[in-house]
Design a protein around this ligand. Sequence first.
Ligand SMILES: [Zn+2]
Ligand SMILES: [Zn+2]
Length: 341
Amino acid sequence: MPSRALLAVLTLVVAVAGCDRIGDWMIARTLRRVDHAILESPDLTVVLCGTGSPIADRTRAGACTAVIAGGQLILVDVGPGSWETVDLANLPTEALSAILLTHFHSDHIGDLGEAVTQSWIAGRSRPLDVYGPPGTSEVVTGFRLAYTADVGYRILHHGEQYMPRAAAIPVAHDVPLGDDPAASAVVFDRNGLKVTMFRVDHRPVEPAVGYRFDYAGRSVVVSGDTKRSASLIQHAQGADLLIHEALQPAMMARVSGVARGLGRDRLAKMAGDTIGYHTSPADAATVARDARVHHLVLTHLVPPPNNFLTRRLFTRGMGGIFSGETTLGEDGMRFTLAPKS
Ligand SMILES: [Zn+2]
Ligand SMILES: [Zn+2]
């Protein structure tokens, strides 16, 4: 018996030691997953980090699109839950160089504090630039104040050598825009990447903007929230990739109708009110056609189409309008555009 007990103990020790080694291997594998090489890539890369809307959805974070080019990682909007998706996409978060806001609805700015804080923890050593239309500085100031105590805790805990205070403070840039409904402004032109902001139509929300990225002969346009917009068609001309918001009006009208039938009048009104200031999938297809883009990617999907039936209903009416490729966006999707000679 003693030898049997000893054998059992030895077996347990070997098993635990083995588990430790397997555990170490799994941790190392996870840590190695971060794609630092993407910063050296000659490509223009887009990762969807939030294809959802204010409607709760386990598979879709709030609005967020990552653009990687010229050694820069840029996020367009940082909706609730999107930072986790950025991290899960294995993007090099310490290299986050700018955040671009399209407008100030909560589903586009909710994770601003997380993006600033978590990229600082990951090793970002310079202040983070946050660009947007006029009003951006007010939003950034609010988040900065809300995170004042957190910044202090982390510096005390890890030391300023690792957590430089200057890098914890986001720097707001209000980009002035003219009153013209098709007004545009160059946000920056750096390392070959030119970023242009342009007005879109999300009234009563004003200002609301979209962004165009040009790099190495390739181009990507992010619509922001908008109705069918002539300005967007103008500024998206010839783009390789158009990331366009979409709301399916027939589905939302049914949501509103069913809610009213159940006596949920408030929900019925809210659902009905959303229809007027977004773009239907069919209209997004006409925008893609009129702008002569190559690939249309739908995002900010309302309501979220998460099974075969709802995907069919969502895209109803799009057929025969746009002859290029169309993709219904999902969180984590990646698009790579090689340089055009
Ligand atoms: Zn909005
Ligand atoms: Zn939105």
